[in-house]
Design a protein around this ligand. Sequence first.
Ligand SMILES: [Zn+2]
Length: 184
Amino acid sequence: MIYKICKNAHNQIMGHVLNSSGEHGGSLKVVEREKLLVIDNTHSQGDTHSVVIPCSRIEWHTHPKKCTKNVCALALPSSEDMKLCLIRGKTKKCEVHFVYTYLGIFVIYCIQSSKTVKKDPVSCEQEIESYWQSHKKDFESEKLTIDDYLPKWISKINSLGFVVEFFENNNNLNIPYCALKQDV
Ligand SMILES: [Zn+2]
């Protein structure tokens, strides 16, 4: 079954990306009748690098647009984010994690394919991090732009077995959806 984030929740979360200098995170809950995901009342705020959110079935966190001088400026899910999704997916307590950024929204399916299930989360994190490190110089010298790196990152992540969807944040309000394993 496909569930879509309601417009109100989408706007609230995107508001944190655009207007806050810290990361925000929380959970979404299902409104079954309309097949909508609405924001849950749990919500945490952290610094520019991290936010701690309780594990839940459908989670979200933001990468602030204002953060411009380090890795989070790339707006991609971090290697640590991917590790966390893998760990939480293994417990089957988290199904989907949304990472909201100014570039767009990443939907990471945490209950993974048979390929990632066998992977050790820490070595997976290291592999993603070293992939980034091997491109960092080109990014700093402006040989590589974020638009070039994004499809590379997505295919790297897919090659590790992750299932990730990307919804570009364009002028036509692009509201993400996700498929949940079973109906509630
Ligand atoms: Zn993150």
